[in-house]
Design a protein around this ligand. Sequence first.
Ligand SMILES: NC(=O)c1ccc[n+]([C@@H]2O[C@H](COP(=O)([O-])OP(=O)(O)OC[C@H]3O[C@@H](n4cnc5c(N)ncnc54)[C@H](OP(=O)(O)O)[C@@H]3O)[C@@H](O)[C@H]2O)c1
Length: 231
Amino acid sequence: MNIAGSTALVTGASRGLGRHFAQQLAARGATVYAAARNPDAVDLPGVIPLALDVTDPDSVAAAAQTAQDVSLLINNAGSNTRSALTSGAMADIRLEMDTHFFGTLAVSRAFAPHLAAAGGGAILNVLSVLSWYTTPNSAYCAAKSAEWSLTNALRLELAEQKTLVSALHVGYMDTDMTASIDAPKSDPAEVAATALDGVEAGRVEILADDLSHTVQAGLAGGVTALYPQFA
Ligand SMILES: NC(=O)c1ccc[n+]([C@@H]2O[C@H](COP(=O)([O-])OP(=O)(O)OC[C@H]3O[C@@H](n4cnc5c(N)ncnc54)[C@H](OP(=O)(O)O)[C@@H]3O)[C@@H](O)[C@H]2O)c1
């Protein structure tokens, strides 16, 4: 996938990782729709702000009507209510699924015909190491797991139209989402660069940090490898 000359759309481009994606895509020569719930919050020069709430079907349809020339879709928008599945508010748990799973699904379905018209194009879904490992922040983890399964389904189902579907897995990044967490964090600018390099190389899976490699390897050991307290 050549980014130079492509037309990219990034969801959640108002801040955090999405803002880095939009900035770096423009620097690599793409035309960029910087999609945000509030397009006035997009402060980058040289990009096209576009209103898009991934949980609102009318908003998704309107964005797809406007941005018909998209050849690279980056599903980056994300929420994190830090809710546990057994004790959190059901509204928060639904918000996680609505954003990460149903939102990514709705946007991918809306833009898939445009990608096909562009010769296939690519989708990059921003997943997490928490697609593979559950913490007390379990509503988010469940939503990221569901989004991982969705990503695999999109890859299978859009192969016929030659769409590259790529998954980005990463642990903590230094963004608003983790502002209250005291732990080592990756630089989101570096993560965005690694992910865009992966898309340009045609990779279906991009692991942006050591933790993602460690946890992925742990999956082969079954439940007790990742959760030794149950051994
Ligand atoms: N930070 C981490 O440690 C980490 C680790 C692994 C994966 N991730 C994933 O990386 C992605 C980016 O997260 P981040 O760290 O950059 O978080 P962030 O700084 O909190 O930014 C989240 C972005 O998503 C947007 N957003 C939220 N709900 C939306 C909706 N319904 N429709 C459209 N946009 C929406 C926000 O828009 P507003 O400005 O309108 O709120 C904001 O632009 C997410 O998918 C997240 O799950 C993050």
